[in-house]
Design a protein around this ligand. Sequence first.
Ligand code: ASP
Length: 335
Amino acid sequence: MNRIILILFVSIFSFFGCSQAIQEEDNEWAIALHGGAGGDPGNMSQDMKDLYERHLLEALEIGQRMLENGSSAVDVAQSVVVYMEDCPLFNAGKGAVKTIEGNHELDAAIMDGSNLKAGAIAGVKDVKNPIKAARLVMDSTQHVFLIAEGASAFASSMNLDIVNNGYFSTKAREEQLERIVNNAENEDPRGTVGCVVRDRDGKLASATSTGGMSGKKWGRVGDVPVIGAGTYANGLAAVSGTGHGEYWIRRVVAYDICAIMEYRGVPLQQASEEVIFGKIDPMGGSGGGIIAVDKDCNISLVFNTGLMHRAWAKSNGEYGVGVLKGEEKVFNINN
Ligand code: ASP
């Protein structure tokens, strides 16, 4: 009898010891964001790099603060993307690229890895913050994907800000379209934004928003709102991509990374490299990259281009920012 009581005592004790360890581990968080992987690295001035880094760090700080305060992964991913949609430097929201007709058509998606819920919109011309509309599709409808006028009508019925198409225009994007139309130079028209998050509860989320490819035609939709292609999250990892969307769709990039991890049990970094360098690279003309975070707070930033605007942070105080390949500034708030 005494032995049984002892075993019971030891079991209860080790159960509480273990759950405490899990709780401590669960208090950790990790976040990564990108502002696209397009552009000629050789053409980027120091001033331009500094400007991008400043805005990437501002976006990151929003996420860091929210995570410290216990916000959920989806809320954090959405807020970071809203900041980047409002910043004219990036190809999402204000500053989005133009279609060949000279308009803006925006795509966005968000996914909650804790329950596999997702929301996406595509081809909207007047929703100020497409990621907010995608979030509402996820939270307030029975659908996953709304497009064009239907998506706009939904956004306006949910009282989101509706703007004229001209709101999204910037001088830089007009000049970019002109160069493409005149074929004056080899333009690299990318610059999507995205954010992946692992929150204090161990939940994962991914959010991505874009104006698509500059000079795109006839209602073209890229990978960003296609769940599994440019945006995906489950209980293992969250991934957000940027690149030539047609290739990302055909390779189902974001889901493939998560599937490789799940089916083969390989770590996030290895799965990401296998997809970007092993599957996307050989397709040719398919430059881009991904940001990803896994349930253990590992972060991957993998791209096959000369640059990817990126920033990341972890609850242990480490954070980093970078634009060009091989050039990343790493800091620790504890030093
Ligand atoms: N992936 C986006 C698209 O094809 C473009 C980008 O990442 O910049 O629409």
